[in-house]
Design a binder for this molecule. Structure first.
Ligand SMILES: [Zn+2]
Ligand SMILES: [Zn+2]
Length: 245
């Protein structure tokens, strides 16, 4: 049995669009078209390049969802699950944000119109109070939607952090002892961010926690004997940690 390569190499040798040479991962060096499976988006399944994104670090050119750059290697299921959660939270945050903006606009307009009408006419006080209250309702909705958007944005950040941590621990395991500049280059992050990821990983090592990806993988094992084997491995690892002076 052959070991699977960490990243699938492209089957093609030249770009079918311009005839330019392809990189090892299957990206045309001349026109930027991508052909390698390494570029398959785990969210929308399109063969698509990634682009820099202020909020997500890297996003899919096709669906706009969060991506880990292809040169980090193929993402395991646990990491993809976090990317999916991040994508869902990203969409919800966007929807609530748009709703909040729309309700704010509607509320301010209603308030303006109501005030103009109230100035021009002199309705009974009860009608006046009711009209003002009615125009304030959209503002209240806008505020609630704004809070929901913020909650979803925090959910997005949490899921993204888990995905990047899993990717960093994967790259560290693959490349051996990895430095912040090397990790930053592989993951396409700035060095400060890579440094933070490495610090977080070493904290996880220190407290003996499994990295997020490994934890998900263990719970996803289907067969009971695999689960008990995994549990035994865990127990041995814990024992080894205890025995360490
Ligand atoms: Zn090309
Ligand atoms: Zn995509």
């Amino acid at each position: 049995m052959t070991q699977p390569a960490p990243v699938e190499a492209s089957a093609r040798e030249a770009c079918s669009a311009c005839g330019g040479e392809l990189t090892a991962l299957g990206k045309c060096e001349r026109c930027g078209a991508v052909f390698g499976e390494a570029y398959r988006c785990p969210l929308c399944h399109a063969l698509s390049d990634v682009e820099a994104n202020a909020q997500l670090n890297w996003s899919c050119r096709t669906c706009g969802g969060p991506r880990i750059p292809p040169r980090a290697g193929a993402s395991p299921e646990g990491e993809i699950a976090q990317l999916r959660i991040a994508r869902r939270e990203q969409l919800r945050a966007g929807a609530f944000h748009a709703g909040s903006g729309f309700a704010l606009g509607a509320g301010l307009l209603a308030l303006l119109v109501t005030n103009v009408v109230l100035l021009a006419t002199s309705p009974p006080p009860l009608a006046k109070a009711f009209a003002l209250f009615a125009s304030v309702v959209p503002l209240l909705l806008s505020f609630l939607a704004f809070r929901r958007a913020r909650a979803h944005r925090q959910g997005l950040e949490r899921a993204l952090q888990q995905a990047w941590l899993a990717a960093a621990s994967r790259v560290a395991a693959r490349d051996g002892h990895v430095t912040a500049p090397a990790l930053a280059a592989t993951l396409g992050l700035d060095e400060a961010r890579a440094e933070l990821l490495l610090a977080e990983l070493s904290v996880q090592d220190l407290i003996g926690a499994e990295p997020a990806a490994a934890r998900v993988r263990v719970t996803e094992l289907a067969r009971p004997e695999e689960l008990s084997a995994a549990a035994e491995e865990e127990a041995q690892a814990a024992q080894a940690r205890l025995n360490k002076p």
